[in-house]
Design a protein around this ligand. Structure first.
Ligand code: HEM
Ligand SMILES: *[C@@H]1O[C@H](CO)[C@@H](O)[C@H](O)[C@H]1NC(C)=O
Ligand SMILES: *[C@@H]1O[C@H](CO)[C@@H](O)[C@H](O)[C@H]1NC(C)=O
Length: 520
């Protein structure tokens, strides 16, 4: 992840960096660092790794050097953890020393200082996490159950439209649900305008705050003083990014505030927050938290949903068993809802397996150490970047035999009960930086998967000759990966439930209800 497109900075910048990195002084450590590949001079190990999928390189290194590896890029120490036990030992049990982030200077330039993921450990982060806890903890996120259902029902109907692009619908589900839960009902046109600009911001973010650039800014703060031509269009993008951040932080928030003043606000995170006592500093934090739901939630949730559909096409037996479980627990003409969750352990097991089979963020988010530490006789220096290789954790054959197979029964006891709670999943990260949106993610994924399985059969698509189109799973690369669009078909297998959904979608009552904040 740190290395993707490293050459994109341009040859001239690389030359500047090589010269500069020769100037950084190397510390002498009292005991050995964890084993790892020999660094190349200057560029460290950057050029030795798989630039598109560094997590695969790290698995290869793991075979040679063990489950904790040291590497170096541009003078920065990088610790890679290939084991869940070590991840928990360091990031959970010693969280005081493993909970900060690498400093990413380009962020502030891009107006992204509000970004929770990138905050160093400290007072501001604690304020963010306090508000996340207030508005998105387990009990609160389940109280939005009607909204999850309403959006999941829309998703099912959209998937039934044979001419539409299902990939796009999964994104739209994540985006519109997160918007609805965060801000409630905004005036006509405001939601679309927000989503367009938020999308633009995400794209810019991917471009300028890519980790390999970030690492360069961290290592060489003076790089900001390098001539503009070094960065191509980046500075203009940063300016646009700053402008977008200000608009997106303030506009929807201020609208909800005005709705509260005239008594028209619907149930939402922001409205809930505003109705409780708080000070001005918290209000700024809430704005950030609200926008973070969008920034952190969309790609991840949509990708997990796409991976779910991929698994359902490739493993029809799993799909059939899940549908049978739903049909046994839920009346034939009713949709499953979160109240039914406890009686559907196989469905929970499927979602756990979705996050394991293809972790959506294969390297999580980088942590950094705030103190020197020693682990297993190895020295872990202060300021090192620590990455948990989720991909390696997911492929650990001792814990997940036949790891590349999608097999939800891994998580079930012999009498069919679920082994661990969902939210403990390594896919949500570790320690004090564990994903604060995990209950929301879990609930929204559960509701969408349950609704899809209750109504639709997912199958291979057929070509014009009627032959089935094989699915070859391929994934994008980056911080968050998603399956590339593949062909599949959706067919209704429950006309009672389908009819029920269509009636609900067409009903005028629905719009009234939505406006008043009562959803169904
Ligand atoms: C399937 C869905 C999701 C997955 C797999 C996921 C995964 C992750 C991971 C791996 C991290 C880094 C944890 C660490 O550093 O150890 C993270 C952080 C974060 N996630 Fe999620 N996430 C998901 C959905 C969401 C949603 C829906 C939200 C918001 C509503 C959200 C908000 C955040 C935030 C704000 C952070 C930063 C926390 C911090 O740095 O202290 N995520 N997530
Ligand atoms: C963090 O590191 C310091 C210094 O090495 C050590 O004294 C302290 O016990 C560590 N804290 C944790 C929680 O491991
Ligand atoms: C209440 O305020 C919102 C936000 O400014 C506005 O869109 C809406 O039209 C107002 N409604 C009434 C009834 O005044």
């Amino acid at each position: 992840m740190l290395f993707i497109h490293i050459l994109a900075l341009g040859i001239s910048c690389i030359i500047a960096l090589v010269v500069a990195s020769g100037l950084t002084r190397r510390r002498v450590y009292p005991i050995p660092l964890p084993p790892g590949p020999r660094p190349l001079p200057f560029l460290g190990n950057a050029l030795q790794s798989d630039t598109k999928r560094p997590w695969l390189t790290y698995i290869e290194w793991g075979k040679k050097y063990g489950k904790i590896i040291h590497s170096r890029i541009l003078g920065i120490d990088l610790i890679i953890i290939n084991s869940e036990t070590i991840a928990r030992e360091l990031l959970d049990r010693r969280s005081a020393n493993y909970s900060t982030r690498p400093v990413i200077r380009s962020n502030e330039l891009a107006g992204l200082a509000f970004n929770t993921v990138l905050l160093p450990y400290g007072e501001t982060l604690r304020r963010h996490r306090k508000i996340f806890h207030q508005v998105l903890r387990a009990e609160v996120s389940v109280s939005y159950d009607k909204m999850y259902s309403r959006h999941a029902n829309e998703l099912v109907i959209n998937l039934l439209n044979p001419t539409s692009d299902w990939h796009q619908h999964t994104r739209a589900y994540a985006a519109s649900l997160i918007m609805a839960v965060t801000y409630g009902h905004l005036a006509d046109g405001h939601e679309g305008s927000f989503l367009t600009r938020a999308h633009e911001l995400l794209d810019i973010g991917k471009h300028i705050a890519s980790p390999e650039r970030a690492v360069i800014f961290t290592a060489f703060p003076f790089i900001e003083k390098l001539p503009f031509w070094c960065f191509g269009g980046t500075l203009a993008l940063m300016e646009r990014s700053r402008e977008l951040c200000q608009q997106l932080l303030n506009e929807p928030f201020d609208e909800v505030k005005a709705q509260i003043a005239n008594g028209t606000a619907s149930h939402s995170l922001v409205a809930d927050f505003l109705s409780q006592a708080h000070d001005d500093a918290d209000e700024d934090t809430m704005k950030a938290v609200a926008l973070m739901g969008y920034m952190g939630g969309i790609d991840t949730t949509a990708s997990a949903l796409q991976i779910f559909l991929l698994a359902m096409v490739l493993y029809p037996d799993v799909q059939a068993r899940a549908r049978a479980e739903i049909n046994q627990a839920v009346r034939h003409d009713e949709m499953p809802c979160l109240d039914d969750r406890a009686s559907l352990p196989y469905l929970d097991a499927i979602l756990r397996e979705v996050l394991r089979w293809h972790p959506v963020s294969p390297l999580g988010a980088p942590h950094a150490t705030s103190n020197d530490d020693v682990y297993g006789g190895y020295f872990i220096p202060k300021g090192a970047i620590v990455m948990v290789n989720q991909w390696a954790l997911s492929r650990d054959e001792d814990i997940f035999p036949d790891a590349s197979r999608f097999d939800p029964s891994r998580y079930l006891t012999i009498d069919g009960k679920l082994k661990d709670p969902f939210v403990n999943h390594f896919a949500f990260g570790h320690g004090r930086r564990i994903c604060p949106g995990r209950w929301f993610a879990e609930n929204s994924l559960w509701t969408a998967a349950a609704a899809i399985l209750a109504v639709l059969r997912i199958d291979h698509a057929k070509d014009s000759n009627g032959d089935r189109i094989e699915v070859m799973p391929e994934f994008s690369t980056g911080l968050v990966i998603h399956p590339e669009p593949f062909h599949c078909s959706f067919e209704s297998v429950n006309t009672a439930r389908e009819g029920h959904l269509r009636a609900m979608m067409n009903s005028k009552v629905r719009w009234m209800a939505r406006f008043c904040g009562l959803c169904f």
